[in-house]
Write a protein that binds this ligand. Sequence first.
Ligand code: PMP
Length: 363
Amino acid sequence: MTNRVYNFSAGPAMLPTPVMQKIQEEFLNYQGLGVSIVEISHRLPVFREILDAAESLFRELVGLPKNYRVLFMHGGAQMQFSAVPLNLMARSTHKGSYFITGRWGTLAEKEARRYGKTEVLMDGKEFDYRQIPEYDIGRLDQDTTSYAHLTSNNTLYGTRWQTFPQTGNVPLVVDATSDILSREMNYSLFGVVYAGLQKNLGTSGTGLVIVREDLLGNALPETPKLMNYALIDEQHSIPNTINVFAVYVMRLVLEWVKEQGGVPEMEKLAEQKSGLLYEVLDQSEFYRAVAHPEHRSTTNVTFHFSHEKLLEKFLAEADKEGLFALKGHASVGGARASLYNAMPLEGVEVLAQFMKEFERKNG
Ligand code: PMP
């Protein structure tokens, strides 16, 4: 494994090196079967074992209460922008309420309009999504709201909810794509939690969906078979050919997280890593952090330069130092360092040092 760089990609993101080595080792011949994991039937017991292990490891790592189901679904995170309303709108008066704190929430709300009414409880647009604005939870009507939706961590802007709103009887749906397993969360607060696997859980294209069991069975009649939570639950996530490779990688990633000390350890590490970069930003007039200090993410650190033209130079020099994929999202500009679980502390130390040096030379 030579020539590996520190990969700050927002997603698909870096995987732990031992996980990739294991994949490489096992790829041609999975556990003596003489075939690859991507060459076997998803219906064989050997794959079922992998799926069950991935589920039980996830349950263990997050302390998932028994009354929640774990589903694997096609289509990454965005497919859930449609699956959530399709499965939950009919719980009540076909109204989904949205807390919008960035682009992903905006897209989720827009998609939900296809299937019912939506209500925007809060929108951070006026703050350019640099903070999570105040909101009036009293506006959430307990009797007429099918669900409330938020994005726990805003991958593009680098903000996150530090604590979650109390939504009473209205199930809270959380898009946790960019912070799942990087912070402790009390899942019993939530009705549904979903995440694309490509950041802290493995590879892209598949979504992990956690559903409280009393919410199953409300799907709208037009819900496609492959998006119906109750049906997927009944068929143990295999209504058709599942992405066997994604589930296999996720199991290896979860084993690695467990070996590292689990979610509390990942949380501590994320705070340490992001803390190093925020310290550089806070001491500088040269860089400008995007996110308001009270709402900073520990997994996506975003910043601009005092002169935006320095960005290209920064990225080019960073690349030469083996600091990869630091360009911010096009809609935000500037730079972004994504620090998911697989990013080692050393990588962030190198980046922090590089940033200080770059400022010294160009400030
Ligand atoms: N939600 C969040 C919070 C994300 O960060 C992303 C992708 N970066 C998505 C949704 C969309 O994920 P996907 O491409 O898997 O649909």
